[in-house]
Design a protein around this ligand. Sequence first.
Ligand SMILES: Cc1cc2nc3c(=O)[nH]c(=O)nc-3n(C[C@H](O)[C@H](O)[C@H](O)COP(=O)(O)O)c2cc1C
Length: 283
Amino acid sequence: MKLSNIFRQEKDIAFEEIPIRDNFYQTSSFFPMPVTLISTLTDDGLTNLGSYSLCFPHIISGNHSMILISRGSSNTAQNILKRKVAAINFIPDRKKYMKNCVELGYPGDTTEEKMKKSIFNLVPSMREGNEKYPMIVSEAIQVFECRWDDSFNYKINESEYHFVLRIEKIVMQTYWKDALETGVEFPPLPVDYGFREGIHFWFSKFSAPYAVDVPSDRQVEASHIQFQANRIDPSIQWELEACEKLKKVPKIFLNKVLKGIVQEANNQKVTIITPAFLDSIKN
Ligand SMILES: Cc1cc2nc3c(=O)[nH]c(=O)nc-3n(C[C@H](O)[C@H](O)[C@H](O)COP(=O)(O)O)c2cc1C
């Protein structure tokens, strides 16, 4: 019988303390993480792909950034230190892709050696400008094209460099971009389960997410409006209190009203929509 079933039958569920070891996310716990391939540029201008799961949203308002934790000696870390540019490619859940991510995650290979083993196709960066950027993975569902912000302390120790990667561009396969707008279908993104017993990486298969209704209090209604409003023009952000004021606008007119307000904010070079701004344009 599975241990999880035994637990379910027991009346009292008992917690036990786990020793906190180095790499606690792999050794002292189960920890769900994304699976990304990070592309960076070598001295010779080649694109290097490295597998990385310790890659999470870090600054979510203002300087939108990811944090990446890497060994200091990895190709990825060395390339970021020298050229700053990187792209975070989110790979879909297919066993052959996960197997290749594990091969590309084997330390010590040079870029030439490892890229011979890669089954992924590379296409040019979507960033504009004359600078050279790492290529991106055409099989990826979405790609964050980033630049290292070296104003943050990055060196924890040799096995732990923390890179704050500012997001310059997000690109997504058209099919999934449409799904993002409608929110009814989700891309098959795998989860790296963290757990390491020494010989395997463990990935869990994608399964369709289920919806849970948000509580229908006043605050939530306003945050729904805020979600819709903030998507109209990313350079103009709405305060929740401003959205509170629009709760009485009938749903069918809401988008038109929001767009009108954003247009006015643009005209007046206002970047944050506050209740006071709404009052000022009322008349
Ligand atoms: C699924 C997976 C996730 C990984 N995540 C990380 C990580 O977050 N940080 C890290 O330092 N190494 C991680 N590794 C190990 C690196 O991939 C490995 O050090 C590899 O050599 C990095 O490639 P690079 O030297 O070309 O950068 C991971 C490996 C795999 C297979």
